[in-house]
Design a protein around this ligand. Structure first.
Ligand code: NAD
Length: 434
């Protein structure tokens, strides 16, 4: 099948390469000329495990192409996917649909026959109607509009896309349904994980899924704060409550608050949708507020340890990406912590295996960057673990102790064993532990 993928970010690039891997001809389009040039030169502009092999294999086979020319990519495609960004707008937290709608207008002008135009971007309920309007204004040909929200997670995106837990297809007509079911058939050979529904339900499913996941995190973060206050241990609670099959063990880890390019903005967009529908979403509201508070917990703990003053203190930070195995720092809790530390007068030196350049693009030289994890700790007053990359889990603590000015550890991921590091002479602070 001939496909066009509009937008080659985390979602568009993975999805484009994934569809090509099953034999489809995919033209990936982006307005960012530099990005397209790099992709044509075989360079992957983001860090995502296994993506380079997937892109390379399919580019070599001639099934995956990169272009800035939307018209030629769209003209003979049977399905056109919109995978551009839907950031939060500056005024009321709603999703900014300007990229989606401008892509839709361009697609309309470029169509040379029927195609199904599919939103992969996360978009609020009702966006398909606005896309239909935009296409109607610009296209001289018939078209269908469908919703196919993406559930991949950064850091494991290729695996998620190639072996999806479920595929949601929102369609209003049979022709669009057939095209999308056929396209996804090779992804679901062992059992049927395709959920076909109406477009509005598909649009809302994505937000509901993210809100549910965020709820688990905020709930556990609150339990962790309470456990600390009453002398309990969140790790013991986590294991015991996760053993209940109705709850399950995943997504129950407390930490420094959730971030990333999806949860925070999607929660705010969902709240905005509810507001428009004159409905108060009390739970989602509370999840968001709990997260705002949680993002300050580590910083407040550091401040308290140093008597409320951080001027003349140097704090080492391990982990800048919003989660391991990505270079994405959008809304990363590590960056919130860094801002909090800087405004309290501390100097910060950070290390991340992949996210130094993406952080430097945002923070410039306001903090120091260490290319080696131990170098970050040299003569620092404390070391803070924010993102749980594998290499940070079992560091050489004796070496750390000799490098740090004062042996103090703030473990934002409960990655270390308190008794072990305390026996080595560290002051240790976790989340929800004694
Ligand atoms: P991104 O910012 O990494 O990429 C978006 C790309 O679209 C950019 O390269 C940009 O240059 C390009 N673009 C913008 N306007 C364009 C246009 N008119 N024509 C062609 N290209 C254009 O974004 P992302 O992280 O891939 O997210 C895309 C969408 O998918 C968002 O709605 C997001 O919420 C959703 N989503 C993201 C993830 C994730 O983990 N990142 C997961 C599921 C869903």
């Amino acid at each position: 099948m001939k496909l066009a993928m509009i937008g080659t970010g985390y979602v568009g690039l993975v999805a484009g390469a994934g569809f090509a891997d099953f034999g489809n001809d995919v033209a990936c389009v982006d307005v960012d000329e530099n990005r397209i040039r790099r992709l044509r030169d075989g360079e992957i502009p983001i860090y995502e495990p296994h993506l380079a092999e997937l892109v390379d294999r399919n580019s070599r086979a001639g099934r995956l192409k990169f272009t800035t020319e939307l018209d030629s990519a769209v003209s003979d495609a049977e399905a056109v996917f919109i995978a551009v960004g839907t950031p939060q707008n500056d005024t009321d937290g709603a999703a900014d649909l300007s990229y989606v709608l401008s892509a839709a207008e361009q697609i309309g002008r470029a169509l040379k026959g029927w195609a199904v135009v599919v939103t992969k971007s996360t978009v609020p309920v009702g966006t398909a109607d606005r896309i239909r309007e935009a296409l109607g204004r610009t296209s001289r040909h018939p078209f269908s509009v469908a919703s196919n929200p993406e559930f991949l997670k950064e850091g494991d995106a290729v695996n998620d896309f190639m072996k999806p837990a479920r595929i949601v297809i929102g369609v209003d007509d049979d022709r669009a349904r057939n095209v999308l079911q056929n396209l996804y058939a090779p992804f679901v050979r062992t059992n049927d994980r395709i959920h076909v529904m109406d477009v509005r339900s598909a649009e809302l499913t994505k937000y509901a899924a993210n809100a549910m996941l965020a709820t688990r995190i905020s709930f556990m973060n609150e339990m962790a704060l309470l456990a600390e206050k009453v002398g309990a241990d969140i790790d013991k609670l986590r294991r015991a409550i996760g053993a209940d099959p109705r709850i399950g063990p995943k997504f129950l880890f407390p930490g420094p608050g959730f971030g990333g390019s999806c949860f925070p903005k999607d929660l705010r967009a969902l709240l905005h949708t509810a507001e428009q529908a004159t409905l108060e979403l009390g739970v989602v509201n509370a999840v968001e507020r709990a997260n705002q508070r949680q993002k300050r917990v580590l910083g407040e703990r550091i401040l308290a340890h140093f008597g409320g003053k951080l001027s003349d203190r140097k704090i080492a930070v391990w982990g800048l990406a919003f989660k391991p195995e990505t270079d994405d720092v959008r809304e990363s809790p590590a960056l919130s912590l860094v801002e909090q530390l800087l405004s309290a007068g501390a100097s910060v030196v950070a290390h991340d295996p992949e996210a130094i350049e993406t952080t430097r693009a945002r923070l410039g030289d306001r903090i120091g960057y260490a290319s080696d994890m131990y170098e970050a700790a040299r003569s620092a007053d404390a070391l803070t673990l924010v993102t749980e990359w594998h290499a940070f889990r079992r560091p050489d603590f004796l070496r750390l102790k000799s490098l740090l000015r004062t042996p103090t550890l703030f473990d934002g991921r409960n990655a270390w064993i308190p008794d072990e590091v305390r026996a080595l002479g560290f002051s240790y602070y976790g989340i929800g532990r004694q």
